[in-house]
Write a protein that binds this ligand. Structure first.
Ligand SMILES: C[S@@+](CC[C@H](N)C(=O)[O-])C[C@H]1O[C@@H](n2cnc3c(N)ncnc32)[C@H](O)[C@@H]1O
Length: 218
């Protein structure tokens, strides 16, 4: 456990998001829950604990520093964030652990995934983590300041399915592998990509980037 904690803290440091021992332990408790539920429910295809630590925790942690920078531009006010097609809570649950003043909602069409997120919120005492069992395009609720997604859909589909859930001035933060030029090229003209950030996830030999988008002002 403490070797995992050290690995997680060292990785977070490299990612520009230093985390405390307590936060690392909470993330490892989340990972343990994910492993336990995965024996019954198919929440993730990655089952090796070390691979889960890298491909799920560190990969999700890589968005924290960019999200912090974005929030600094908003005056650090509390925000509402929607994680679309959240599955086992990636990256939503990780964001909820590290940013208590971000109200995170995870939405997924699969009921057992929403049930798992509720369990995570209860067991890890995360009042800022909510779950919705729904198709995102059918959600009717107050809008969000940031909409994020990992391994959910093409950028065009993400935008099409979630646009009505964006608050004024809000944006999308999409996690992608290789720079998705072909996907960017098929975005509607009234959506602008205002920032593309390359991410380097420790111990992960794969490309990662973050695509920031917002409705274009025309
Ligand atoms: C490949 S998984 C990714 C899960 C998680 N984000 C991750 O990175 O591990 C995609 C998820 O999107 C969900 N999904 C697909 N279409 C959806 C929709 N229209 N609304 C909400 N969730 C959806 C699926 O049930 C699935 O859990």
């Amino acid at each position: 456990m403490s070797a995992d904690r050290d690995r997680l803290q060292a990785g977070a440091e490299v990612l520009g998001t230093p985390i405390t021992e307590t936060q690392a332990d909470t993330l490892l408790a989340y990972l343990a829950l994910l492993q336990r539920w995965n024996q019954v429910y198919n929440l993730t295809a990655i089952r090796d604990p070390q691979q889960m630590l890298v491909q799920h925790l560190l990969d999700s942690l890589s968005v924290l520093a960019p999200l912090d920078r974005h929030r600094a531009g908003l005056g650090e006010r509390p925000i509402r964030l929607l994680d679309v097609g959240s599955g086992g809570g990636l990256p939503g649950a990780v964001i909820a652990v590290l940013q208590p003043d971000v109200a995170v909602t995870c939405v997924d069409t699969v009921g057992k995934k929403a049930t798992f997120i509720r369990q995570v919120g209860a067991e890890l005492r995360l009042p800022n983590l909510q779950a919705r069992h729904a198709r995102v395009e059918e959600l009717r609720e107050p809008p969000y300041d940031v909409i994020t997604a990992r391994a959910f859909a093409s950028l065009a589909d993400l935008v099409r399915l979630t646009r009505s859930l964006l608050a004024p001035g809000a944006c999308w933060m999409a996690m992608k592998g290789q720079h998705p030029q072909a996907e960017i090229d098929t975005l509607p003209v009234d959506v602008s990509v205002f920032h593309v950030e390359q991410l380097q996830v420790p111990h992960l030999d794969a490309e990662r980037c973050l695509i920031w988008m917002r409705p274009a002002t025309v």
